[in-house]
Design a protein around this ligand. Structure first.
Ligand SMILES: *Cc1c(COP(=O)(O)O)cnc(C)c1O
Length: 356
């Protein structure tokens, strides 16, 4: 089924809501997974998402400038986060180390809302459990300059869709939360799960789930059908008939076995077409999938259209949600030996986005 971006995001918010009763944070980092941060954020909030999440304060400010009013959390701020901007724009800052917290307390002229970030088993940011008591002591001493409103962790293995894989992180999260409550902080919102945990393991939901990939139709757990939120089209810029034995593209890697027709599409690796593709990669033109032949160039790919010679301007679909001849983002990820996230976040700046 074909949907606009807002419709697809709304449908995905509904599908997540059918699996959990807790509020949803819409994660729109990396420009909304390549789909446009403000457009995805607006669609998600209209569909009921209560929070927004991005990596840094600058991305949060851009969302405020776009008119989004819901709470915003950032979790990857470089040293010297702009405490004044965060306080003024009401952008929450996740803090995952004692150093970071001390610095923020020193810089905060006005109270900054913070989420204490616990390492729940990834060793990629977040405070190690052994340093958690010290983090809580410093946060308590900094009251008035920082206000603890949340506690966060992140699941290292939720995409395995196996609750047993999450058990250690869930336990750690409970211990971290209990320590925060014992230390006398007020009500805090506790959040651990991203898309995969939200869709597969209720024990990970706590007080909120953070949904990024799922908003744009990507389920890292591969358990749930979500609505594809984007279609990438590009025109045929050149077509030609070639004789058997003709070499195609840089290095002449591909040699036509028979007389055939080629169409050149004006998208290349600078636009996010992966340069390394397994055989079978293709695009849809005229309702049929045609293989990409020869090397991917910076600005173009060549497609073997067999007996058909497409006119200039004919529209090729690189990917879309409809299936059949139209490749999916998941197929592109398979062809490139990667995950769908890298396909959507790799789409270049010169590819025009439209949310309609
Ligand atoms: C990216 C990110 C998310 C969203 O993850 P998805 O799997 O895309 O839903 C949630 N939390 C944190 C900390 C993240 O960095």
């Amino acid at each position: 089924m074909l949907r606009t971006l807002p419709e697809a995001v709304a449908e995905n918010v509904r599908r997540v809501r059918s699996r959990t009763a807790v509020p949803i944070m819409a994660v729109v980092k990396a420009d909304g997974y390549g789909h446009g941060a403000a457009a995805v954020a607006r669609s998600a909030v209209d569909a009921g998402a209560a929070w927004l999440g991005v990596t840094d304060v600058a991305e949060g400010v851009a969302l405020r400038d776009a008119g989004l009013e819901v709470p915003i959390l950032t979790w990857l701020n470089p040293a010297g986060v702009d405490a004044t901007t965060a306080a003024h724009a009401r952008i929450d800052v996740a803090v995952g180390s004692v150093d970071e917290l001390r610095r923020l307390i020193a810089d905060a002229a006005e109270p900054v809302r913070i989420h204490l970030h616990l390492d729940t088993g990834m060793a990629r940011g977040g405070c190690p459990f052994g340093e958690w008591p010290e983090l809580l002591r410093v946060a308590r001493a900094g009251r008035g300059r920082v206000e603890v409103v949340g506690v966060m962790g992140h699941l290292p293995r939720a995409d395995e869709a196996d609750p047993a894989a999450n058990a250690a992180a869930v336990l750690r999260m409970r211990q971290g939360r209990d320590a925060v409550l014992r230390a006398g902080f007020g009500p805090v919102i506790v959040h651990l799960a991203a898309t995969a945990g939200a869709l597969t393991d209720p024990a990970t939901h706590f007080g909120m789930v953070r949904i990024g990939a799922g908003l744009v139709g990507i389920d890292p757990s591969e358990t749930t059908e979500l609505a594809g939120a984007s279609r990438w089209t590009a025109p045929v810029v050149h077509s030609a008939r070639i004789a058997a034995g003709t070499a195609v593209g840089y290095g002449g890697d591909h040699v036509a076995e028979r007389e055939t027709h080629l169409s050149v599409i004006g998208v290349g690796y600078a636009d996010g077409i992966p340069r390394e593709l397994s055989p079978g990669a293709g695009v849809a033109i005229g309702g049929v999938r045609h293989p990409i032949v020869g090397r991917v160039s910076m600005d173009q790919i060549v497609v073997d259209t067999g007996p058909v010679m497409f006119p200039r301007g004919e529209v090729a679909t690189v990917f879309g949600p409809e299936g059949g001849p139209v490749p999916s983002i998941q197929e592109w990820a398979q062809w490139a030996g990667t995950i769908p996230h890298t396909i959507v976040t790799g789409i270049g700046n010169r590819v025009q986005r439209s949310a309609a």
